[in-house]
Design a protein around this ligand. Structure first.
Ligand SMILES: Nc1nc2c(c(=O)[nH]1)N[C@H]1C(S)=C(S)[C@@H](COP(=O)(O)OP(=O)(O)OC[C@H]3O[C@@H](n4cnc5c(=O)[nH]c(N)nc54)[C@H](O)[C@@H]3O)O[C@H]1N2
Ligand SMILES: Nc1nc2c(c(=O)[nH]1)N[C@H]1C(S)=C(S)[C@@H](COP(=O)(O)OP(=O)(O)OC[C@H]3O[C@@H](n4cnc5c(=O)[nH]c(N)nc54)[C@H](O)[C@@H]3O)O[C@H]1N2
Ligand SMILES: [Mo]
Length: 781
């Protein structure tokens, strides 16, 4: 966008700085100033990602092995400050504010009230939450869970901040209770990876280590925004760029962190206001054009290989690797040959020459890493997207050797670990056997619900209870109105949380908020201070120990709370809950018994930097049925077709000032947005084609799959912002955009909602001022 020729729109301007730099320091100072308890957070920030400190709750990017100095990260600092805030939500606050009143506040305001200090239970007569004793809360929750005719009528959600220890106890409790209903934030996030990669390479996790970035010759960054969501990754990309490694970006938006970066760790860069270029080439493809580009690159590779071998030179396809390690090469070649360049260009919005140039960088690099995020997974064909990335890498033997591999950027700081320790609706034989042999009870083997299936079951009245270990499920899920309405039909809602959010205000017959310790806080149990463990995006497991005084004396750790619910629900339990919670080493011993991959857990986690869980594919041990990596086909290119010509494809993204549904502030610095979130980024030609201009109020109406049931899903009165986004593609923030997406719009294979491919129609607004998606009263009437 060039401001000069555009009308002034309040809160929208150009940002021409680099990512990081003084702007980042200033932003932290501002964020911190409103939240600080003197000294508390400063101490916290210095213990973050240090060998003896706590793991940053911000993201799942790994820590360099020898961290000796504080690695500054703006958004990590915000995450810690947000948790370590001096603000408190006390029983007196709840007494003064009815749920109906709270409902009318924004999500930003709700969380901004601070840390919840007491266990609370909803009281219908006064329409307020009231303090309750822990034991009484557990008693009532246990009674309600036991009263359900079938354990499969309860849903047990996990958000990815829970530690391995908390998540392990949680799944143990739920399985002893008798269900595999484990909706999980990973179902909205990297499930396409967890489902797609095992079929391709036999492992559902990334194959690279941080060290591999020191040895690679090319990096592809597809559909992720590290400047905001994995800021510490910028240091890694910066080093690679300085080494001369080409970094190719595929993204419909120009993300500043992928363009250039001023490292706060480097005084000279800071003082001279200089920056390091990150992307060597930036391709603004259309939303949903990834399979087309990946197939185009493979098409180029096959042609280059034919040309080279025809001329008697070494080919660019790694035939020796393919013969020794893979299945399905011929079928892939047929599929790629049958795909025309015209179709590839039309679908991707890139020219053949551009895609060939990207293919050439890939062909020339001895070792390549492909990184990707939600721009790949959150599509109706997210699983196939992931598998095409694997295909591209396999063609040149780029998996299972130094400096090469696949690098999914996980979301929540322990989302990967939670899955490893048993949060899964589809338990395998190993898990069931481990539970049986360790605890002597029979775990349920029938598959349970993922996130979409859970909300649909609640909507249809088949599930009547929801227990949430963290998160803000109702707001994170698609179909805001439908999801909210469904949740009001519950008999029981239990939220284990640090801060107040909208999901807590969607009332069941009985609703509870159980406040827990955060990562930064000291956790003392019967045998003394405890530490927990987490697993990062690169399968490194390490310890995390908080050191701050808890925000309230009534807070309890997540493992302790799970213990309380379990004991109250399962009078005949086979598990020694009190013993395990008294000493988390014993939980880790049990994790090791159930999951042998954690052998010598307590010993290995005490090594500096922790240890790596084995990822078989990293060693070219392919755990597929035929013990070979598989080239898998994606049908055609039309990931998510647009139903009508005048439709646009909408993607929903995170601003720089948010952590998922947690809104830290209303600014999105790198995109030039200040003090507002009611914007939609559009290309100048798409505005002009609709007779619209920068700053106009518009209505966004879902079409296609999101209108198939005849419901009007819309957000009205948003502001159009002219932006350098790919033509035909538009973007708005999450969760504002969630109201447009039907629950039914998800990847059939992985269940991942298609948050990043929402066909819409955009017209001049009929309403004055931004109207948020309709919110009904908090009560079922
Ligand atoms: N500060 C902060 N850190 C976070 C989070 C946060 O909210 N705030 N969230 C955490 C979580 S749970 C997660 S999952 C991660 C999310 O991290 P990201 O995956 O980086 O998250 P998104 O903001 O969803 O952005 C995805 C990127 O994909 C691009 N994109 C959109 N559609 C397409 C497409 O069709 N193709 C391609 N190639 N690109 C596309 C967008 O322009 C955007 O740059 O971050 C984690 N870390
Ligand atoms: N449209 C759209 N929707 C999306 C996405 C998108 O890109 N677009 N992304 C999806 C993705 S990737 C994800 S992961 C989900 C996120 O979904 P969730 O994980 O459910 O949501 P969060 O916003 O991370 O949860 C915030 C809440 O967690 C609680 N909390 C914070 N710290 C702790 C803690 O230490 N312990 C406990 N028990 N609670 C804590 C606080 O009460 C806070 O209000 O959203 C998904 N929804
Ligand atoms: Mo996520």
């Amino acid at each position: 966008m060039s401001e000069k020729d555009l009308p002034h729109v309040p809160g929208v301007s150009d940002y021409d700085g680099a990512a990081g730099g003084w702007g980042a320091l200033g932003a932290v100072a501002r964020a911190v100033s409103g939240q600080l308890a003197l000294g508390r957070e400063t101490i916290a920030l210095h213990r973050m990602n240090q060998p003896a400190g706590f793991d940053c709750p911000g993201c799942a990017w790994p820590d360099p092995k020898e961290t000796s100095s504080f690695e500054f990260c703006e958004n990590g600092a915000k995450a810690v400050t947000w948790e370590a805030t001096a603000k408190r939500v006390k029983p007196e606050f709840f007494a003064k504010n009815t749920v109906a009143d709270l409902w009318n506040l924004t999500d930003y305001t709700l969380e901004g009230f601070g840390r919840i200090t007491h266990p609370m239970a909803y009281d219908r007569a006064s329409d307020t939450y009231q303090a309750i004793e822990w034991d009484e809360a557990f008693r009532r929750i246990g009674e309600a869970l036991r009263a359900l005719p079938d354990p499969n009528m309860a849903e047990f959600y996990t958000s990815g901040r829970a530690s391995n220890e908390a998540a392990f106890l949680y799944q143990l409790f739920v399985r002893e209770y008798g269900t595999n209903n484990f909706p999980d934030c990973s179902n909205m996030c990297h499930e396409a990876t967890s489902v797609g990669l095992p079929k391709s390479i036999g492992s559902g996790k990334g194959t690279v280590l941080l060290e591999d970035f020191d040895h690679c010759d090319a990096i592809f960054c597809i559909g992720h925004n590290p400047g905001t969501n994995h800021p510490r990754m910028l240091s890694t990309l910066r080093e690679a760029s300085l080494r001369g490694v080409p970094i190719v970006v595929l993204n419909p938006l120009p993300e500043r962190g992928l363009e250039r970066f001023t490292s706060p760790q480097h005084p000279v860069e800071m003082l001279t206001n200089s920056s390091v270029r990150i992307a060597s080439t930036y391709y603004k493809l259309k939303i949903g054009g990834d399979v087309a580009v990946l197939k185009g690159m493979m098409k180029y590779l096959l042609a280059a290989d034919r040309a080279a071998t025809g001329a008697g030179q070494p080919g660019v396809i790694d035939r020796a690797f393919i013969e020794a390690n893979t299945t399905g090469y011929e079928a892939l070649v047929d599929d790629i040959e049958a795909t025309s360049w015209d179709a590839i260009e039309a679908k991707s919005g890139l020219s053949r020459a551009e895609i060939e140039a990207a293919g050439d960088i890939y062909a020339k690099a001895e070792r390549t890493i492909v990184c990707y995020g939600m721009g790949i997974t959150q599509h109706a064909h997210g699983t196939e997207n992931v598998q095409q990335i694997a295909n591209l890498l396999l063609l040149r033997g780029n998996i299972g050797r130094q400096g090469a591999g696949i690098c999914p950027l996980r979301g929540h700081s322990n989302v990967q670990g939670d899955r490893t320790v048993g949060i899964t609706e589809k338990p395998n034989d190993e898990l069931n056997h481990g539970i049986r042999s360790t605890y002597g009870f029979e775990p349920p083997v029938e598959h349970g619900h993922d996130a979409v299936a859970a909300v649909i079951a609640i909507r249809e009245g088949r599930s009547k209870a929801l227990v949430a270990l963290g998160g803000n499920l109702a707001v994170a899920m698609p179909d805001t109105e439908e999801t909210f309405a469904a949740m009001r039909g519950l008999d029981l809602a239990v939220h284990i949380a640090t801060k107040l959010n909208r999901s807590h205000l969607i009332l069941a017959k009985q609703s509870f908020i159980l406040p827990c310790l955060g990562r930064t806080e000291l956790d003392v149990q019967a045998t003394g201070p405890q530490s927990v463990t987490v697993e990062d995006s690169m399968s490194m497991v390490h310890a995390s120990a908080g050191s701050l005084k808890p925000a309230s004396e009534h807070l309890r750790s997540e493992p302790w709370i799970v213990r309380g619910i379990a004991r109250a629900t399962l009078p005949q339990t086979r598990v020694d809950w009190d013993g395990l919670v008294a000493d988390y080493d014993l939980i880790r011993d049990d994790i090791e018994k159930v999951f042998p991959i954690f052998f010598d857990f307590n010993q290995r986690v005490r090594q500096p930097g922790g240890f790596r869980l084995r990822v078989a594919a990293s060693e070219r041990d392919w755990a597929t049925p035929d013990k070979r990596a598989q080239f898998l086909l994606a049908r055609g290119l039309d990931e998510d077709p647009l139903p009508d010509e005048d439709n646009l494809m909408l993607t929903t993204i995170r601003s720089h000032d948010q952590y998922n549904t947690t809104i830290y502030g209303l600014n999105d610095r790198y995109r030039g947005v200040t003090g507002r979130r009611d914007v939609i980024f559009m290309h100048a030609k798409d505005l002009a084609a609709r007779g619209l201009k920068h700053g106009d109020r518009i209505d966004v109406v879902a079409t296609g799959v999101n209108a198939a049931d005849g419901k009007r899903r819309a957000v009205d009165g948003f502001v159009a912002v002219e932006y350098d986004i790919a033509e035909g593609s538009v973007a708005m923030y999450y969760p504002e955009g969630n109201a447009l997406i039907a629950l039914e719009s998800h990847d059939r294979r992985s269940g991942t909602p298609a948050y990043k491919s929402v066909p819409v129609r955009i017209t001049r607004s009929t309403v004055q001022g931004a109207k948020r998606p309709k919110r009904q009263a908090a009560h079922a009437v």
